[in-house]
Design a protein around this ligand. Structure first.
Ligand code: HEM
Length: 486
């Protein structure tokens, strides 16, 4: 082989680098360690698959962004697509015309300008969340589940979610979790030995097949049931304005989308939108438990900048640079998609190295966001790193760029998610103090910082104290809820 593959650990005959594939949990740390040893572009051969790992902002920019025409495919997802039937889900689709139809449909409803039309809805739901939290601060973990799900269901299908135990939200999050598990790199033997997909479900050791049968039933429901509900509401003349309704209405004009593309696109918002935002909200609460002084600095900025009797809202965003920096630092410390797999469709040359056609190209987003050259002292939570003389420093890489993905596969929901998360963070800071829970002896409980593995990663459930900052905040939330007639 005369090609000059990117550097990597020595390969064993037949087994290649199977023993060098970083193990869960937090496998992104292992991938970052490979980068330290072999450089920003490194290589593993895993049972016949070429795997290229990108560990620097420059490498992902040069390849996944600048050469996105050939770096936008996905690797073969045997477990997710071929066994569990997730091939209708946009994140798992191969690159090509079919995918592009879906991305166009999503872009039309989720682009930056379209995202602004949902600001009011986000605000209503956020006030409801703040109000629910007054009565049940101990329920915050489940209430973030409600908030993320309610936002998605309202925007996508015009379905109002009142309670935290709602079957629509449970279905969406359950399927999203399953999809995240099914698509996680190397978690299933069948992804490494595709022939295993032919073993029958009753076979000893074939639990993955039995799981897949169960998953298939629920994800098919997630794709069909909310869509059918909107069709029914429209027929009855009482569908609220929402993305599904707009798509169906456009469909009667000439720019028609097929029903399949509509269902897939809506299903991707349903499944791609809640679990992710939810994980990011919890990452913020987690960061606040561990970093009281950053929390206080942000609260001081809000108190100083905004008038007392109002809740912060989207138009205040440019006036709160420290809050913005704190938001960015949260996205940097706890990226909810730490590893993003792409696949290259042509053989490519990069800095004297050959990237073989069909390589799985794993962007180590976590590694890029914890690279000490870009972010000195990467393990310290330091919003100040994004500021220069009190304003945002344009020279420091905005973590949202890596965090929302790359090139032609960049997250289509990023504007919606960004607005929703910022609002959540700024209003939580404005109204509540977040601090560690205490054990029986009054000692603070510091939660472990291990993130769960999966395509979407999250902190594990942890206890904390969430308290109104003062009485006037309670009045403010209740007055705002009254004004919005909630
Ligand atoms: C904090 C929130 C979110 C984060 C960090 C996030 C991040 C990501 C990332 C990293 C990707 C993969 C990009 C790549 O392959 O290069 C992705 C894909 C995707 N996201 Fe998001 N996302 C978030 C929220 C959302 C929301 C709210 C929606 C829907 C409204 C959404 C819909 C999607 C879809 C449909 C894809 C698949 C795109 C494709 O494969 O072409 N995401 N997201």
């Amino acid at each position: 082989d005369r090609r000059r593959l990117p550097p990597g650990p020595a390969r064993k005959v037949l087994l290649g680098n199977i023993y060098n594939v970083p193990r869960q949990p937090e496998e992104w740390k292992g991938f970052a360690a490979l980068g330290k040893l072999y450089g920003p572009v490194s290589y593993l051969r895993v049972l016949g698959r070429d795997v290229v790992i990108l560990n620097s902002a420059k490498a992902v920019n040069d390849l996944l962004e600048q050469r996105s025409a050939i770096y936008s495919n996905r690797p073969r997802f045997v477990m997710a697509n071929e066994v569990a039937g997730f091939d209708w889900l946009i994140p798992f689709m191969p690159y090509g015309n079919f995918l592009r139809q879906h991305r166009r449909a999503l872009h039309q409803h989720l682009n930056e300008a379209a995202a602004k039309t949902w600001w009011n809805t986000q605000q209503d739901l956020n006030v409801r969340f703040l109000k629910k939290l007054i009565d049940a601060p101990g329920d915050w973990w489940d209430l973030t589940h409600w908030l993320a799900g309610a936002n998605i269901m309202r925007m996508t299908f015009g379905i109002e979610i009142a309670k935290k135990d709602d079957p629509w939200i449970d279905l969406g999050i359950k399927v999203a979790e399953v999809a995240s598990k099914a698509g996680s790199f190397g978690a299933f033997a069948v992804d490494i030995f595709p022939l295993l997909k032919y073993i029958p479900a009753w076979f000893p050791g074939a639990k993955f097949k039995r799981d897949a049968i169960e998953w298939r039933q629920v994800h098919v429901q997630a794709k069909n049931l909310p869509f059918q509900r909107v069709v029914k509401d429209m027929a009855a003349g009482n569908a609220m304005s929402c993305i599904a309704r707009s798509m169906l209405e456009e469909d009667t004009k000439d720019s028609s989308l097929s029903e399949e593309v509509m269902k897939n696109a809506l299903g991707a918002i349903y499944l791609g939108g809640a679990d992710t935002s939810l994980a990011a909200m919890r990452g913020f609460v987690f960061a606040m438990v561990l970093n009281p002084s950053a929390q206080k600095t942000a609260q001081d900025e809000i108190d100083r900048t905004l008038s007392d009797g109002t809740l912060p809202s989207h138009p205040d965003r440019p006036h709160l640079p420290y809050v913005e920096a704190l938001y960015r630092e949260t996205m940097r410390m706890y990226p909810i998609a730490p590893l993003t797999p792409h696949c290259v469709t042509e053989e490519d040359e990069y800095e004297g190295m050959t990237i073989p056609k069909g390589s799985t190209v794993i962007a180590n987003t976590w590694g890029i966001l914890h690279d000490e050259e870009t972010y000195p002292e990467p393990e310290t939570f330091k919003p100040e790193r994004f500021l220069k003389q009190g304003a945002l420093d344009p020279d420091v890489l905005d973590p949202r760029n890596p965090a929302f993905g790359y090139g032609r596969r960049v997250c289509p929901g990023r504007h919606i998610a960004d607005a929703e998360l910022w609002l959540f963070i700024v209003t939580m800071l404005s109204c509540y103090n977040i601090s560690p829970a205490e054990d029986g002896n009054g000692e603070p409980i510091i939660p472990p910082s291990t993130m769960c593995s999966g395509l979407v990663s999250s902190v594990s459930k942890f206890p904390c104290n969430i308290q109104l900052r003062n009485e006037s905040k309670r009045k403010l939330i209740l007055a705002e809820a009254d004004r919005l007639k909630l």
